[in-house]
Design a protein around this ligand. Structure first.
Ligand SMILES: Nc1nc2c(ncn2[C@@H]2O[C@H](COP(=O)(O)OP(=O)(O)OP(=O)(O)O)[C@@H](O)[C@H]2O)c(=O)[nH]1
Ligand SMILES: C[C@H](OP(=O)(O)O)C(=O)O
Length: 233
């Protein structure tokens, strides 16, 4: 089902991969970061939305990606990512991250679907679209995943060409994906490995150049851990 706020269709790129990006509601997402964005009302929600928008923008810009489907129960996220060119669908039923991903995969199939599906987490604000394209090329149609920079989590899982995705996101997902036969690819993809769960992770993405000047959508700024972040305020 399309998100209740849905009005637009996704922008179709030339690529072969339909990418699904699951995102919780802004009120509960990134709980480990809560409090780091400052005391201003909705500062945390703005930080999370800014990270989601940056991730979705990079995914859409990758030439290897055909379409981006964001699965979220949150109407603010839905409307924001639709304005970027993604399709938004609600969680249905709500059953956690892997159920949300599979719902997005079904939505992508209903929309025509490409031969490869993928799940990308929404907390990769420093993501460079050419790194995503490079990873997809390296996967070469195999079921493959990118571990986060700690090696324990997963930031991206791709299905084999024409086959099921079989996501096992959650604690220790890198091992789960490896044990289920996915190939762990280890190229030079620092921005694809830099998920943000903690304040320290924010410093890491700041070192990778996030936020970039063109992502500063208005003059509001938050300060945390010595890093200045512009928000959509
Ligand atoms: N649509 C949807 N997305 C989910 C769900 N559970 C987790 N996610 C998303 O999956 C990714 C990883 O989720 P978590 O690590 O559990 O949560 P998080 O918001 O990243 O961070 P914490 O709250 O600090 O654990 C994030 O992009 C979440 O927004 C769900 O039930 N539905
Ligand atoms: C869902 C989980 O991500 P994180 O807890 O790092 O957000 C994972 O890596 O599978």
């Amino acid at each position: 089902m399309k998100h209740p706020s849905s009005q637009s269709r996704p922008i179709k790129n030339r690529g072969q991969v339909d990418l699904v990006i699951p995102v919780k509601s802004l009120s509960i997402a990134k709980s480990r970061l809560r409090g780091t964005a400052g005391g201003r009302s909705h500062a945390h929600e703005e930080l999370v939305l800014t990270m989601v928008n940056a991730t979705v923008t990079a995914a859409i810009r990758s030439h290897a990606v055909a379409a981006v489907v964001v699965v979220t129960p949150d109407p603010i996220i839905a409307s924001s990512v639709e304005s970027l060119g993604a399709r938004a669908v609600t969680d249905e039923p709500s059953g956690g991250v892997n159920a949300a991903i599979m719902h997005g995969v079904c939505a992508a199939r209903d929309d025509g679907g490409g031969p490869i599906t993928g799940a990308l987490l929404a907390d990769l604000p420093a993501l460079r679209h050419h790194e995503l394209t490079s990873f997809i090329a390296a996967a070469a149609g195999r079921r493959a995943f990118c571990a986060d920079r700690h090696g324990s989590g997963t930031t991206l899982l791709l299905s084999a060409c024409g086959e099921e995705l079989r996501p096992s996101f959650g604690a220790g997902s890198a091992l789960a994906h490896r044990e289920s036969g996915a190939v762990s690819l280890t190229g030079e993809w620092p921005s694809l490995r830099a998920d943000v769960d903690t304040v320290h992770d924010l410093c890491v993405v700041a070192g990778l150049g996030w936020p970039r000047p063109d992502e500063s959508m208005d003059p509001h700024q938050m300060r945390f851990a010595g890093t200045s972040v512009h928000t959509t305020g």
